[in-house]
Design a protein around this ligand. Sequence first.
Ligand SMILES: NC(=O)c1ccc[n+]([C@@H]2O[C@H](COP(=O)([O-])OP(=O)(O)OC[C@H]3O[C@@H](n4cnc5c(N)ncnc54)[C@H](O)[C@@H]3O)[C@@H](O)[C@H]2O)c1
Length: 383
Amino acid sequence: MSSSFVSQPVPGKYILVTGGAGFIGSHTVLQLCRNGHDVVVVDNLCNSVEDSVKRVEIITGKKVPFYLCDVRNKEDLTKVFDKYDFWAVIHFAGLKSVAESFKIPDVYMQNNTEATRILVDCMMEHDVHNIVFSSSATLYGYGRGKDLLTEDCNIEPINPYGESKYKAEQIITEKMKSFEKGQACFLRYFNPIGADVTGLIGENPKDIPNNLIPYITQTLVGRREILSVFGNDYNTPDGTCVRDYIHITDLADGHLAALEKLRENEVNRNGASAPIDDRTLIYNMGNGNGFSVLEIVAAMSKAAGKQVPYKIAERRRGDVDRLVASSAKANKELKWFTKYNIEQMCADAWRWQSTNPEGYDNPSEYILNLLADYEKKNASKKE
Ligand SMILES: NC(=O)c1ccc[n+]([C@@H]2O[C@H](COP(=O)([O-])OP(=O)(O)OC[C@H]3O[C@@H](n4cnc5c(N)ncnc54)[C@H](O)[C@@H]3O)[C@@H](O)[C@H]2O)c1
């Protein structure tokens, strides 16, 4: 399967992807390339390696210029903006650990919020009007009173990570007020998991994983001893936290859908100005189904054909009972729908980790051969 969402490139224009070497970034770059977009990646590699982008190039046969660049560094960022004619920016670069954000809230504010201000300043100085921003379901805090969270739910971040993301949304909105043709799309992600169906790119955090699936898959390949399930006394059927899991390729396609929406709006307005509410769009990106941690442990054990070892541990600060999305607004307005179920998500996560036990390091003969096959196929297409 190449891509489920069809998106038209803007002729002669590039898409800038910040944090494009990371988990969601690399899968989105892959889907953009599969749709013929010209993409440039900037990343400081604090939680990723450049090999993810190199593998995207091999899979698609498309060149993806990569710049080792920190989004907080305006001088470096400006050089990249000077070099390319961008139509839009997809801004993934950021830190994402709730636990870490309690320890170093200032770093989160710098990296997630102030960096966004710098990025939007660069966009404005270079007349780049469109931004898709990685926001998060964590903005909904405890998600009180709603079975399915809609975009108009109360915003009440309960951790510094959530605050840094909400402030970034606010900064973008504020800047767009004085940037006449500027448009933003905030995508509030729930829990992306899985990997591209090729098994050649996947989730590869540098340190101990903060997210459930890479912790599980790393445990299954022997890199971690045992999974800690944080708390089994939540107000959920089995006592463990319930979350909405979305396949990474569905989420990547959500970004293509967001770009299409921004472009459609731009064309429809035909240069006319529009109120700020029409230029700052918000969409949840989730699946609409809740799974508990223990249900995920069972699904991953089934996908891998072996039991995930786990123990029950203390609750983690900042965790909530249940966060499940309503993506009805994105379904309706972006014509974007998820395609993958939990079995496929777990199977794809396992394909990635089992064939790349060390992530992008020390690729096996099998992976090297697979990459060589893609290179051959793409070379013969060009002849
Ligand atoms: N994965 C999730 O569960 C989730 C959920 C909601 C929101 N998000 C947001 O989505 C975005 C991408 O998440 P991900 O899961 O792909 O994480 P990731 O860590 O794999 O990717 C983030 C990328 O940004 C880079 N980066 C970080 N700070 C940077 C900086 N200052 N300058 C340049 N590059 C920088 C990292 O090296 C990494 O490649 C993040 O902003 C995150 O907050 C993620």
